[in-house]
Design a protein around this ligand. Structure first.
Ligand code: DLL
Length: 432
């Protein structure tokens, strides 16, 4: 099922024609309205009129998060504030948040993209969608909400947290689609189990999980714990929010909504474009945004693009699971490590829970990685000997997969703090 079949199954030729036309308009728009872009283009010796093909985009300078911060709050908006009908902001870890704005048309586009995503997951008007993404300045809650209303599902706008109530409404309202972060979904799955709720009595069948990296093994766990099909959704506030790309039930990556977003993969070191199939940093240019068009935005997210035809009939390229962010990547004794890689190893043996914390410290000039991981209930009651075996197995596997040695600290079930939104996986105590 499609929401906007004409676009979702567009031929590549037609798509590229549409993209070029929209790209040229977008470049002209930012050049005319925003001094920041005009100066950057002039400095790079490029005018919007010089972009005559999609390949010419490579001559246009990148935009980074700091550029949005430098123009806090509204300096990169291309419309007067009386045309801006909504603001969102992403909480920066330090200093001011990144603020994004939407016109009525932007909100409308976004609702359609999120409707596409929910329909892609198999959603219909008959579904009851429990939206446990946080409502507020975060784009997750309201972004999903508008899309779900647009495609006609019955929305339960519960937001994140209040787990007991989540479980009550899930049973009483017959929730069939759950939307939240994968880490919160996992917690809900555990609590369903702890509350002794029989999965057979729930109507849950699909989960639309995103806003943070997760792994294939986490998918297996979520599907088993919740008895659902778990699908990945990607997006970022600077580009629009959730609904930049969505995984179809083929489960082979997320289709990027390319009629609205032009995707490139670059080498994060050199900034050079990489061909399909090679891992690198995702760069996105918006093609239809009004209030805050964004040009060659460096997402910092690492992925791979795949242009093979998809069994679902959609022609949009797919991006693989995001394995991590260039700025979340830990460098431990010179080795690049993404938390999601460690998650994969931990879940391989089946004796631990996907609740973990990576604690990195430096003694002298040597980095130490300590992995705190929860044992599952069954294992916890077993003998010390078995613990040593498990530790050795995990350490050995991390050494062979990642090439680093780590210490393990097994902790009791339910002792690592649960998150209602994005999980915090790393504590880096190094002072670099
Ligand atoms: O997290 C938007 C969103 C809401 C996406 C709900 C999906 C569902 P931000 O708070 O601006 O926006 O954070 C964006 O989160 O650059 C990625 O690093 C990460 N991220 C988002 N989706 C995924 C995903 C929302 N499916 C940042 N897998 C992005 C891995 C993801 N990382």
């Amino acid at each position: 099922m499609y929401w906007q079949e004409e676009y979702e199954t567009i031929t590549r030729d037609k798509l590229e024609e549409l993209q070029l036309q929209r790209l040229q308009q977008t470049l002209q728009r930012v050049y005319d309205k925003i001094p920041f872009y005009r100066q950057a283009f002039d400095a790079a010796g490029i005018q919007p009129g010089d972009v005559k093909s999609l390949a010419d985009l490579q001559k246009v300078p990148f935009t980074v998060k700091q550029d949005l911060r430098d123009h806090y709050p509204f300096g990169l908006f291309t419309v007067p504030m009386d045309e801006v009908v909504r603001l969102h902001a992403s909480s920066g870890t330090t200093g001011k948040p990144t603020v994004v704005g939407y016109t009525k048309k932007d909100i409308n586009t976004w609702a359609d993209l999120m409707a596409r995503a929910i329909v892609m997951a198999g959603g219909s008007k008959k579904d009851v969608l429990q939206n446990a993404y946080g409502y507020g300045l975060f784009t997750g809650g309201i972004g999903v909400h508008y899309g779900a209303e647009r495609m006609g599902a019955t929305v339960v706008p519960i937001s994140g947290g209040n787990t007991a109530r989540q479980l009550m409404l899930m049973q009483d309202f017959g929730t069939s689609i759950l939307t939240c972060t994968p880490s919160y979904a996992l917690f809900l799955g555990e609590e369903i189990h702890n509350a002794g709720i029989d999965l057979q009595n729930l109507k849950l069948r699909v989960g639309i999980f995103g806003a943070e990296p997760w792994s294939e093994r986490m998918r297996e766990q979520l599907e088993a714990k919740l008895n659902i099909t778990a699908l990945d959704i990607y997006g970022l506030s600077e580009v629009i929010g959730p609904g930049v790309s969505m995984e179809c039930p083929e489960k082979k990556g997320m289709h990027i909504f390319e009629d609205h977003f032009l995707a490139e993969i670059i080498d994060p070191e050199t900034g050079k474009q990489l061909p399909y199939g090679q891992p690198g940093e995702l760069v996105i240019t918006s093609l239809t945004k009004e209030a805050l068009p964004i040009i060659r935005y460096r997402t910092r997210d690492i992925t791979v693009l795949n242009e093979d035809t998809c069994g679902c009939g959609r022609t949009f390229v797919r991006m693989q699971r995001v394995t991590g962010r260039t700025d979340d990547m830990l460098i431990i004794r010179g080795v690049n490590v993404f938390p999601s890689q460690i998650e994969s190893v931990l879940l391989e043996f089946g004796d631990t829970e996907p609740h973990y914390l990576l604690v990195v410290d430096r003694k002298g000039s040597l980095d130490n990685l300590e992995i705190w991981v929860e044992l599952n209930d069954k294992f916890f009651s077993d003998k010390i000997r078995a613990l040593e075996d498990l530790e050795n197995k995990i350490r050995g596997r991390i050494l062979s997969v990642l090439g680093i040695s780590a210490r393990l600290k097994f902790v009791e079930p339910r002792t690592i703090p649960r998150s209602e939104g994005k999980a915090k996986r790393v504590i880096d105590k190094r002072e670099l």
